[in-house]
Design a protein around this ligand. Structure first.
Ligand code: SF4
Ligand code: SF4
Length: 385
């Protein structure tokens, strides 16, 4: 397995240095699942439970349902809430003075109460891990959520990491960031004197190095590791220290098709179109192409009915280069670049699943193909659709 691959990037795409807040949407749309039994009244308060699983990010009124699009391309029925802009809380629990006194069991119960299932499943294995790593790396080009969370909430991230170190009895903690991420290097370095058991590890700007298995390979870590991102750490901080539910989330709107790339903090359930209309300037006379959740691993989408969910990481608005797909020229580049040893070229012809058995959907084969064949789509189509 390769340890990551450098990608060509357009360094003229620069993000605004501040996070833009979009916290006053008129409506909030929350995706419903079959098992949701709505037990709230019409009037709803912020952080009130609407069903066992759903929690309201605003106070206001439940006004009906509407079909909306989520970042994975599905149209789903959503509960619509009209925001009254009062932010009246359902319940405010007292902030905990310290986090390190809580037991792992208690922490797991509180994380589970808010249905942070992926985080719960990671933390549940904390006792099996020998090392704790903060993974502050963004793999996808032009996306910077984790980088901004690291530099905006450095002290909260470090406080939470140090508490986790004590709770999990980790001898040390590593923070992995890219060696060209100057702002985070400076932000963490300013605090590390206070945390002698936390160390900074710099990694090259290679694609895939932010994926746990590649990061572990690069750092030469053989043992079990608990690897958390700054956004996961922020969720732990909000839940355990502030005792609050995440009513907002952070994502990137970027690309060479707009004049003002930026990081957005928005209420979960907001309409993406409203955010674009109020904050983003599309370049004039450009035909654009929209890619949700990354150039390499995301999907091309119409965003008319797209809503903000915790799974939304980025919206890239790129100039549409209209590169026509041509015939395979048997150059072998897709095979040579694949970090998992798959053979996309042969798969095109054979459709033999063995040729792509270990595919991790990284998109490198499509990225490198001189014939602009969307190999990733072909592979995904065969495997997933
Ligand atoms: S998408 Fe799959 S086949 Fe293509 S390079 Fe990545 S791992 Fe290999
Ligand atoms: S990179 Fe493209 S053109 Fe080259 S072998 Fe693979 S599919 Fe064919």
């Amino acid at each position: 397995m390769k340890k990551g691959i450098p990608l060509k990037k357009d360094f003229s795409i620069k993000l605004n240095s501040q996070i833009t807040k979009y916290l006053t949407p008129k409506y909030i749309y929350l995706p419903l699942q079959e098992e949701d039994q709505i037990h709230a009244k019409i009037e709803i308060k912020k952080e009130e439970r609407i069903s066992d699983r759903l929690i309201s990010p605003v106070s206001g009124q439940i006004v009906g349902t509407k079909y909306c699009l989520t970042e994975n391309g599905e149209m789903v029925k959503c509960l619509a809430i009209l925001n009254d802009y009062k932010e009246t809380f359902w319940e405010r629990k007292a902030v905990r003075k310290t986090m390190n006194k809580i037991s792992l069991e208690k922490m797991l119960i509180e994380i589970q109460e808010y249905h942070y299932d992926d985080l719960f499943n990671k933390l549940k294995k904390m006792n099996e891990s020998q090392i704790l790593i903060l993974n502050g790396i963004e793999d996808e080009p032009y996306v910077a959520n984790e980088i901004f969370i690291g530099k905006e909430y450095t002290s909260n991230v470090l406080e939470s990491l140090d508490a986790l170190r004590e709770i999990g009895h980790f001898p040390k903690v590593q923070i992995a960031i890219k060696n060209n991420d100057r702002e985070n290097i400076e932000a963490y370095s300013n605090f590390l004197g206070t945390y002698p058991n936390i160390e900074l590890v710099l990694v090259p700007d290679y694609y895939l190095i932010g994926k746990p298995r590649f990061l572990k390979a690069y750092l030469n870590i053989q043992e079990e590791a608990l690897i958390l991102s700054p956004s996961e750490i922020r969720t732990i901080y909000n839940t355990i220290k502030r005792r609050r539910y995440n009513t907002e989330t952070i994502f990137t709107i970027s690309g060479d098709g707009i004049e003002n790339p930026q990081i957005i903090e928005a209420k979960i359930g907001s309409s993406v179109k409203e955010i674009l209309n109020s904050h983003i300037k599309i370049k004039k006379n450009e035909t654009i192409h929209i890619q949700v959740n990354g150039l390499m691993q995301g999907r091309s989408m119409e965003i008319e009915n797209l809503i903000v969910t915790e799974g939304l990481k980025s919206i890239l608005i790129m100039k549409d280069l209209k590169l026509p797909e041509k015939k395979c020229v048997n150059c072998g580049k897709c095979f040579a670049i694949c970090p998992m040893g798959c053979n996309p070229r042969r798969y095109l012809k054979t459709k033999d699943p063995k040729d792509i058995k270990d595919c991790i959907d990284c998109g490198l084969c499509s990225y490198i193909c001189p014939s602009y064949i969307n190999l990733r789509k072909v592979i995904k189509g065969e495997k997933n659709e």
